[in-house]
Design a protein around this ligand. Structure first.
Ligand code: ZN
Length: 156
């Protein structure tokens, strides 16, 4: 069986940036279970894994456009410190806005705080090493819900 649309694939992966720094990895955890072709993974991963078989090991280089998007400068904003209500603000802190958007503090000024609403991996070229552990058909329930059920997936 090959990875194709509506197949459930289980993969082990390690994600590094271009400096070789590990950003994420399934090593030492359950493999990642996902449904191919419905947007569970970023487009670059789905494209790179299409047609792969159990046991295949793949190196994928994913551009920001096919990863977490390019950085949008309009999503970086300066906000008056007073908007944060007087608590201590540090670089790297994350807040949720009234609209449910997660922003990260990137600069702390005396009167103004700079926050960035881009995904932390926006604009980053991603390097994945992936090992295909198993492939199976998705069930009707899984396709209806858009996610994998059972071990390692959702339990309802
Ligand atoms: Zn479900």
């Amino acid at each position: 069986m090959q990875i194709a649309k509506h197949k459930v694939a289980s993969i082990h992966y390690t994600l590094t940036d271009n400096n070789g720094k590990v950003l994420d990895s399934s090593s030492g955890r359950e493999p990642l279970h996902y449904i191919q072709g419905i947007g569970n993974l970023i487009p670059g991963m789905e494209e790179g894994l299409e047609g792969k078989k159990q046991g295949d090991k793949v190196n994928l280089k994913v551009s920001p456009e096919k990863g977490y998007g390019v950085k949008d400068d309009k999503m970086v904003q300066r906000v008056p410190r007073s908007a944060f209500g007087g608590g201590e603000i540090k670089k790297g802190m994350q807040f949720q806005t009234d609209h449910g958007q997660v922003v990260t503090v990137t600069e702390v000024g005396l009167n103004e705080i700079t926050v960035d609403a881009n995904h932390p991996l926006a604009g980053v070229e991603l390097n994945f090493t992936v090992e295909v552990i198993s492939i199976r058909e998705a069930t009707e329930d899984e396709l209806a819900h858009g996610h994998v059920h059972g071990p390692g997936g959702h339990h309802h």
